[in-house]
Unconditional design. Structure first.
Length: 129
């Protein structure tokens, strides 16, 4: 089984679930198990559902990815980044949690909102399309 290399941010999965061809092509270019999602992204996707049918579709898609859970170390890093960057860069705490999750696990963050993650030191960020 391939090793997880990337953490996919909410923006890309929203595009994918809405049928965006670029998102589909990019996601399908990876072997099963190479992409992961943060529990934050999973919660954001479920929160965007308007009914049980949509939630079922989201949950079926999420089942494909390993979920990265929040640990005390990830929380501490996110809290540090939030205090350092929320005023200067307008970074939200959820993005800090996603970024810290990726950093802690040595994963690249794949997102369409690069500016939300670029301030974080030593975090690898990719805009895939």
């Amino acid at each position: 089984m391939p090793e997880i290399s990337r953490l996919v941010d909410t923006t890309i999965l929203v595009d994918f679930l809405r049928g965006n061809k670029a998102a589909r092509t990019w996601i399908e270019s990876f072997a099963a198990g190479e992409l992961s999602v943060s529990v934050i992204t999973a919660a954001e996707l479920v929160a965007g559902c308007r009914n049980r049918k949509e939630q079922k579709v989201v949950e079926e898609e999420l089942a494909v990815y390993p979920i990265i859970w929040i640990s005390s170390m990830i929380s501490a890093s996110a809290w540090d980044w939030y205090r350092r960057f929320h005023l200067s860069h307008g970074i939200g705490f959820l993005d800090c949690l996603v970024g810290a999750s990726a950093h802690h696990h040595g994963l690249m963050v794949c997102t369409l909102n690069e500016r939300h993650f670029r301030p974080f030191p030593h975090l690898r960020v990719e805009r895939p399309y």
